[in-house]
Design a protein around this ligand. Sequence first.
Ligand SMILES: [Mg+2]
Length: 237
Amino acid sequence: MTSPRPLSLLLDFDGTLVAIGETPDAICVSEELQGLMAQAVEQLEGRVAVISGRSLEQLDALWGRGLWPVTVAASHGLEMRHNGRLRAPPPSRIFASLSRATEARFGAQSGVVIELKSFGLGLHYRLAPRLRDALRDWAEECAVEHDLVVQPGDMVYELRLPGADKGDAVRAIMQRVPFAGSLPVYIGDDLTDIPAIDAARALGGRGIAVGSRIGEAANETLANPEEVQGWLRNLLA
Ligand SMILES: [Mg+2]
């Protein structure tokens, strides 16, 4: 009899490991979460990855050195850091310019929160839900003009470069040592996580949804990031 395949943990960040804040900057990574990640990396012999729509720069700023031993697929997989080596597309200036254009269009006082990332632009309407349709139209206009993709999320439309999604990131990570041959468990909460859950399941693993938004795509559901942290504590106990 063959021994069971070991697990890999592939984790979304916002809404999965930490609760979503009023604005993208309004979250912090607790010492407890830092400790859990360090423990996971040790017990799973490095088979831990964070897969996020945030840029690597944003994630490093929030985590400090805590992400160094973790494989990171940032910007929906466009940026990948594994074993300290970074793979990323050339820098793009388009998002800074679209950020200025969005500010000019909606005004600083409108409640629209603009999140400038290395390879994307988040247009958040959590503080201005009435502007949802106007923001979507604006995002679609910008996407057509600049050959970008509009990614809807939790109270956000994100403009990003075409060519990668979180499912691609899962497949790329699972080909690498020490992930190759293991069973991926993907945990995520938003529409962008569905291709990643599908990829994990296609590789024989499973998907866990956080909250109710993407429950049908997953094998099981956890209510919120506190439950995710509890689930991790249990797994590592
Ligand atoms: Mg998320």
